[in-house]
Ligand binder design. Structure first.
Ligand code: 6PG
Length: 254
């Protein structure tokens, strides 16, 4: 029974947990984030996390800050972002701005360990700069956690259906253009997303109930980029609430 609030294996690349309410899903995601951080800091002396954008993670970030501010040594944390819009860092549409305003700006994370994607006029150069930063900071280590969401069209990070970034197999960070709006983004490639010890996809709310079964039941090279997230080596954990998981049924599991 998928909707029983425990973690199930969906297939060899994905695990899934569906909590009854948004509040329970937020609480689970915040606790999972902190446990991942505690384990990484204990085992490796750092927590390298790529934050997701959009609206879904706002309450999760706020709960991490309000409930767990004393739970980890924040001086061991490095914040990265898995994608960014082509706007200034103080713009309300910025994923960096959203995360900091959700509460991360109140935490004692050393400023030189907060790594926003700085978009410039030339987003290709911005992407290359961020890739250089990742290699410099991460060294041989993978991310400890990459956080993602999905859009109603099945995009994740800023990997949109039919966009050129889907074909990127070498770079970690690329400029991408949203085909439907021509707006530019900077985004992790699939290669960067899978260069992580843990990957989670946060999906909350009724607006996502139609896309969830489509993404989970489509092949990797489907029209939905989020279908490709997760590997046999690094399973992606889907964290949903009952509203987003509403159209899933046990019969669909592998
Ligand atoms: C972004 C995100 C994007 C987001 C999805 C879901 O920059 O918007 O990286 O991939 O996760 O669009 O957004 P919501 O959480 O707002 O539904």
């Amino acid at each position: 029974m998928i909707l029983d609030g425990s973690i199930h294996s969906w297939d060899e690349r994905r695990d899934i947990i569906a909590l009854s309410t948004e509040e329970e899903a937020v609480a689970f995601a915040a606790e999972h984030w902190i446990h991942t951080a505690q384990r990484a800091i204990q085992q490796k002396g750092h927590f390298f996390v790529a934050l997701s954008g959009g609206s879904t993670p706002q309450k999760i970030y706020a709960q991490i800050v309000s409930r767990y501010k004393d739970a980890i040594d924040w001086t061991k944390v490095h914040l990265f972002w898995s994608d960014e819009r082509d706007v200034p860092l103080n713009h309300t549409e910025s994923n960096y701005y959203m995360a900091m305003e959700s509460g991360f700006k109140t935490l004692p994370i050393p400023p030189n360990q907060i790594h926003p994607m700085r978009t410039k006029a030339d987003t290709v150069a911005s992407a290359a700069d961020y890739e250089d930063l990742l290699h410099r900071i991460l060294g041989p280590s993978p991310f400890d956690l990459v956080m993602l969401g999905i859009g109603e069209d099945g995009h994740t990070a800023s990997l949109f259906p039919h966009s050129l970034a889907l074909q990127e197999e070498e770079k970690w960070v690329v400029s991408n253009t949203i085909p439907t709006t021509e707006k530019k983004r900077i985004t992790f490639s699939f290669k960067a997303i899978h260069h992580s010890a843990r990957i989670e996809i946060l999906v909350i709310g009724q607006s996502k109930q139609a896309i969830v079964p489509l993404v989970l039941n489509s092949a990797i090279r489907s029209p939905f980029p989020a279908s490709a997230i997760g590997t046999n080596e690094v399973k992606a954990l889907w964290i949903l609430d009952r509203a987003a998981a509403h159209l899933l049924s046990d019969s669909e599991r592998s």
